[in-house]
Design a protein around this ligand. Structure first.
Ligand SMILES: C[S@@+](CC[C@H](N)C(=O)[O-])C[C@H]1O[C@@H](n2cnc3c(N)ncnc32)[C@H](O)[C@@H]1O
Length: 229
């Protein structure tokens, strides 16, 4: 049975996963990073704890900490049930089992929740939504977008992907997207037309291997170098 969620759910990954998914080198961590659709991931909190600054953007940050905790709780059981049903579609290596998956996702989201009030106050969590990013041109060096674009290929058309990516290219010199698989597990049908359209608009988009795999055969990211404006 395919992995089916009727909406884009709040679900959070951790620092090590972001580093691996986006092939982040130590020098990348020093750059001005915007995490688009960061939701309850702990990347921002953990980067902050390491002395780096990340700004995360997500419409979810409109909610109060209590509301967020409640939504995460509701999502948790739903996603874990789906993961259990679809356990053959994952590679159980770094994440060893369904129980281990539950532990590391809970830990990441708890770390996010603990950091959220202070981070919101400090402007590290920005409640906003694509396709409009409330930032000036080139105000970031690098945008990371994990488990939103291409994953939700049924919910978002190729044109919507292109609009979102153009907006990201306005705001940052480089954009990295992971994964390139849709939620059903098949390669996103939008990747090829979107890469071609970005090239035609003066951006350089390439598919690159990464040293991360949890969903089977999901070992590539899209890296876009924004064209001159
Ligand atoms: C599956 S979560 C991924 C969270 C995080 N990036 C990670 O990989 O752990 C997807 C996130 O996309 C966010 N989202 C939904 N619509 C969005 C939009 N229009 N712009 C930005 N983020 C959006 C959701 O609120 C949710 O937090």
């Amino acid at each position: 049975m395919a992995f089916v969620l009727d909406e884009v759910v709040p679900w959070g990954r951790n620092f090590e996963e972001y580093v691996a998914m986006f092939a982040l080198a130590p020098a990348d961590l020093e750059r001005r990073i915007l995490g688009c659709a960061d939701g309850p991931a702990s990347f921002n909190a953990e980067m902050h704890g390491r002395g780096h600054r990340v700004v995360s953007l997500d419409p979810l940050y409109d909610a109060s900490p209590d509301e967020l905790a409640a939504r995460i709780d509701t999502t948790f059981d739903k996603v874990m049930t789906q993961a259990h049903r679809n356990r053959d579609t994952f590679v159980w290596q770094n994440i060893r089992s369904i129980e281990h998956l539950g532990e590391i996702r809970r830990a990441a989201m708890q770390t996010f929740l603990a950091d959220f009030p202070e981070g919101l106050h400090a402007g590290r969590y920005v409640p906003a939504a694509l396709p409009e990013l409330p930032f000036p041109d080139r105000s970031f060096d690098l945008i990371l977008c994990s488990h939103y674009l291409f994953l939700y290929s049924e919910q978002l058309s190729a044109d919507e992907h292109l609009t979102d990516l153009e907006e990201m290219c306005r705001v940052a010199g480089e954009v990295r997207i992971y994964p390139l698989q849709a939620l059903s597990g098949v390669p996103s049908p939008h990747v090829e037309p979107v890469v071609a359209a970005l090239g035609a608009r003066g951006h350089r988009a390439e598919i690159m291997p990464v040293d991360y795999q949890f969903r089977r055969d999901s070992r590539t990211m899209l890296r876009i170098l924004s064209g001159a404006r």
